[in-house]
Design a binder for this molecule. Structure first.
Ligand code: HEC
Ligand code: HEC
Length: 475
């Protein structure tokens, strides 16, 4: 944002030059001079590193798995669209990585990635197959009273578990040219500056604060779902996913509970897709090494459009992942027993209630997508005034998140009016991206923003429900 301001100052400088020396000077100076712009911000440098830096490794970047147009995660549907030479597939193309690095069948069918959370000592037998989590809302979801909790088991990072250490761990795990993993030979380690930039960029992604439930939802089913979610004698979700985020309810789990780990029994689910493939999938022991069976609580606002669900992508649908909490596997798990002790009963929702809770999760996900879209489109609008103009990647992300929002609603038979508005918004974004006429482009972006707002008002009472955001003050 700071950069956008500077760029607009620079473009005005060119205009001034052009007025004095004529338009040809403008064109020549705009083409020849790299503007003496301020250096990019820490967040901007972090974005470049996240998306482009290979750390002298096998060609992958952080963005190979955390895709900006797949919610900074990666689904099997997205994997299927990638060309054969995408660095994601190094295990298929680089003989040094053919064994004990990835399982290409599980990667392609279920978007599962091989991780050696318990160390690189026994590569053949000691590994986990995990889904790729989004890196959104990290600013709200990794602090706990016991320190940082990153990754599905809260111990994904070497050392102190922080986001900074996580990047180092990811390079050693995923970027290596061979399974010997020798730093300086198979990859280089990120520098302190790079770690700072990566951290700043990742913390800037997505939601910056938790919701405050209850929201004034318009849909009767989603509103009922919200009540069930928050009812500590019925859905009990709010005990662990306080305000539909990743932190424990302070009134029940203690002040400053933060982002907690639980053994909810997901590992014990019968008929998990990965097991059905017949591929070797060792049990995942969760937090610590050896592990204690616990996994880290993920935020739910971002969940509905980032399935499959849980650490091992074992449940495909959001309805299924709500229903998980009714089953024997959860009830008999340590967390299930803890909940029975604390509240007197197990979770026992009927079909209509499962669907209502899922409808709630779908609607808050659509609202978050809309918040993020308006922010991205605002940024595109501001960039319109600069020499570079808005980048295609800004439009691509807004388009993807708009499609996600409408699919998340239609997938649950919810809010056809809002879904139609979102589809209209998507069309405006496509038109804005494809035209070179700047005036027209600004009009399309502004129309796209109006449609997003109309969609939002259809989901929730027209007053701000998702926190303050820049440039969106006309309501
Ligand atoms: C080959 C795919 C792949 C690549 C490349 C990759 N990641 Fe990940 N990422 C994963 C998987 C799988 C997990 C889950 C790991 C776990 O549970 O410990 C993950 C988890 C994360 C998390 C934890 C998110 C949370 O909610 O706690 C962060 C942060 C992260 N990655 C950042 C990075 C960064 C930074 C890079 C580049 C240096 C990177 N990743 C490269 C696959 C990848
Ligand atoms: C005892 C704490 C606890 C309670 C109660 C709880 N959850 Fe969870 N939830 C977790 C943990 C821990 C995970 C991660 C489990 C894993 O990946 O193995 C999780 C994961 C999820 C996921 C998957 C998110 C993703 O991105 O993959 C969904 C959806 C979910 N919970 C919804 C709910 C709903 C709905 C309720 C209430 C019916 C609920 N949870 C109650 C702790 C809890």
């Amino acid at each position: 944002m700071i950069r956008a301001v500077n760029e607009s100052r620079i473009s005005r400088f060119y205009v001034a030059v052009a007025i004095i020396f004529g338009t040809s000077t403008l064109i020549i100076s705009a083409c020849q001079t790299t503007p003496p712009a301020d250096p990019p911000t820490l967040i901007e440098r972090g974005e470049q590193i996240f998306l482009n830096e290979t750390f002298a490794g096998n060609g992958r970047t952080c963005g190979s798995c955390h895709r900006p147009t797949d919610n900074f995660g990666l689904t099997a549907a997205f994997v299927a669209t990638l060309p054969e030479d995408d660095p994601l597939f190094v295990a298929e193309t680089n003989p040094d990585l053919a064994t004990n690095f990835e399982n290409p069948i599980l990667m392609r069918e279920l978007a599962l990635i091989l991780e050696n959370q318990d160390g690189f000592g026994d590569l053949e037998n000691n590994f986990n197959m995990r889904g790729i989590p989004h890196t959104l809302a990290l600013n709200t979801s990794i602090d706990s009273r016991d320190g940082a909790r990153t990754g599905w088991s809260g111990d994904g990072a070497p050392g102190d578990g922080s986001l900074r250490s996580f990047a180092t761990g990811a390079v050693i795990q995923h970027f290596t040219k061979s399974t010997k993993r020798i730093a300086g030979v198979d990859f280089r380690l990120p520098t302190d500056d790079e770690l700072d930039a990566l951290e700043a960029f990742q913390l800037s992604l997505g939601r910056q604060e938790d919701l405050e439930l209850p929201l004034p939802l318009q849909g009767i089913v989603a509103a009922r779902g919200q009540e069930i979610f928050m009812d500590n004698t019925l859905g009990k979700c709010n005990v662990c996913h306080f305000n539909a985020g990743a932190n424990g309810n302070p009134a029940i789990l203690g002040p400053n509970a933060g982002n907690l780990n639980f053994d909810t029994g997901v590992e014990n689910l019968p008929d998990q897709p990965a097991d059905l493939t017949g591929e070797l999938v060792p049990p995942d022991d969760g937090f610590g090494s050896p592990g204690n069976g616990e996994f880290n609580t993920p935020p739910l606002v971002e969940a509905a459009d980032t399935g499959p669900f849980f650490h091992n992508n074992s449940v495909e649908t959001i309805e299924g992942s709500v229903a998980f909490y009714n089953g024997d596997t959860f009830t008999n798990s340590p967390a299930g027993q803890l909940l029975i002790n604390a509240t007197g009963s197990a979770i026992n929702l009927d079909a209509t209630q499962v669907v209502a809770v899922a409808a709630f999760l779908r609607v808050i996900n659509a609202l978050e997508n809309i918040r993020s879209n308006i922010d991205l489109l605002d940024r595109a609008m501001r960039a319109m005034d600069t020499s570079n103009g808005p980048t295609d990647s800004l439009f691509d992300r807004a388009l993807h998140d708009t499609d996600d929002a409408s699919q998340v609603l239609t997938g649950g038979g919810l809010h056809p009016e809002a879904a139609a508005r979102l589809e209209a918004a998507a069309n405006f974004i496509r038109q804005a991206k494809s035209t070179t006429d700047l005036e027209l482009r600004a009009r399309y972006v502004s129309d796209a923003i109006s449609e997003q707002r109309a969609a939002r008002n259809n989901l929730s009472s027209p007053k701000p429900v998702e926190g303050v955001h820049v440039g969106d003050t006309d309501e």
